[in-house]
Structures are given as structure tokens and as C-alpha cells.
Design a protein around this ligand. Structure first.
Ligand code: ZN
Length: 198
């Protein structure tokens, strides 16, 4: 197992639609193990193939949801969602027309490291995918988990969340990109080695 370098915005693999996974073999299993290790080292809640330079339709995710209905409610419990989605399909609920709330809807990306911008996403999403044993599964996600799925799924279509944010934030993102020398091929960072000012 190894921590893999994470590609940064500008690398063509991040901006190109990925291809379906055809075979689940030892090579793919090793890649997925490395992707889990890389995501945990970053740390992040999701990581897609293109982010580690592999143009295949798969992503890993790891998120613990607090199912407590409201604050102070101790009847809720923690539920862990951790897995790999191979050749996923995603069915997303309609997004609100309200502008994104910077306090509760700010998103980040390991391929645009250290930055966060608000973005409206569908409140719920149904993920249908295959696991490493080739078994199909389905997860009905709400809130932040639904956001993670939408974010990772976008990566497989060659989209970064900064491509979706409102123009005012897109302008800031482009400025940061220029300042940091991103936006061109060949930039990457290695979790655990490169320090990033978050
Ligand atoms: Zn991302």
C-alpha cells in the first residue's frame, strides 16, 4: 500500500471524463487500497480515480454521519459510510435556487487544496455502484453524504466543484489558481509529505 500523489487543478486528467472500469482484478484492488490510504492521509472524505491520475470511473468515500435529529438529542447514533463506488450512477434531487450559504454549504477539494467555496447541491442523492467483489449496492444519501457523492461523481465527468460555483467565487478561485501556479499540467501534492496551508 502507498499514499499516492494527488493531482492539482490544471492537470488534464482532472478535466477529462473518465472511462468505465472493465475488470476488477488485483491491479484495481491495489489501486483502491492505495486510494483509501491516500484519502485517509490527506485527510479527506472522498477521492476519485482521476485525482490520483487514473482516468477510471471509481471513487472511495469515508464519512461518519450523526443521525441525531437535532442538537442535544442523544437518541441518535453515528453511522459510518466507507466504501468504493465502481462505475457509479447517481440520481440527484433538484437543487435549491437560493444562493449557497457560506457557513453550511462550503465545499473543499483535495485537487484544489486549502480552499473552500460555497456551492448549492441537491439535498439527497441515490448512489448505485458496484463494490470490489463486483456486487451492486445502493445508498440513499442525504445532506453532507449526498454532497460528497455529487462532488466525487463530478470528478468522473471531468468537473471540479470550482467549475460549478457562482461567478463571484469562480473569479476568486481563478485568481488563487494563477497565484499558486496551478491551472497547468503537472502539479500534484503528496499527503504526509507536503504541508498545505489549509
Ligand atoms: Zn474533489
Amino acid at each position: 500500500m502507498a499514499v499516492l500523489p494527488i493531482r492539482i487543478s490544471g492537470d488534464p486528467v482532472l478535466h477529462t471524463p473518465a472511462s468505465p472500469v472493465v475488470t476488477i482484478d488485483d491491479e484495481l484492488r491495489a489501486l483502491v487500497a492505495d486510494m483509501f490510504e491516500t484519502m485517509d492521509a490527506a485527510p479527506g472524505v472522498g477521492l476519485a480515480g482521476p485525482q490520483v491520475g487514473v482516468p477510471l470511473r471509481l471513487f472511495v468515500f469515508s464519512y461518519t454521519e450523526d443521525t441525531g435529529e437535532e442538537e442535544g438529542d442523544d437518541t441518535g447514533s453515528l453511522r459510518e459510510y466507507r466504501g468504493v463506488a465502481i462505475n457509479p450512477e447517481l440520481y440527484i434531487s433538484p437543487t435549491s435556487v437560493e444562493p449557497a450559504d457560506p457557513d453550511t454549504e462550503s465545499e473543499g477539494c483535495l485537487s484544489f487544496p486549502g480552499e473552500r467555496f460555497p456551492l448549492v447541491r441537491g439535498e439527497s442523492a441515490i448512489l448505485r455502484a458496484t463494490d470490489l467483489d463486483g456486487r451492486p449496492y445502493e445508498i440513499e444519501a442525504h445532506g453532507w453524504l449526498a454532497r460528497i457523492f455529487q462532488h466525487e461523481f463530478d470528478h468522473l465527468d471531468g468537473l471540479l466543484y470550482v467549475d460549478r460555483v457562482d461567478p463571484v467565487y469562480a473569479k476568486v478561485a481563478r485568481k488563487i489558481e494563477r497565484k499558486k501556479g496551478w491551472g497547468v499540467p503537472g502539479n500534484a501534492w503528496l499527503p504526509g509529505v507536503d504541508e498545505l496551508d489549509a
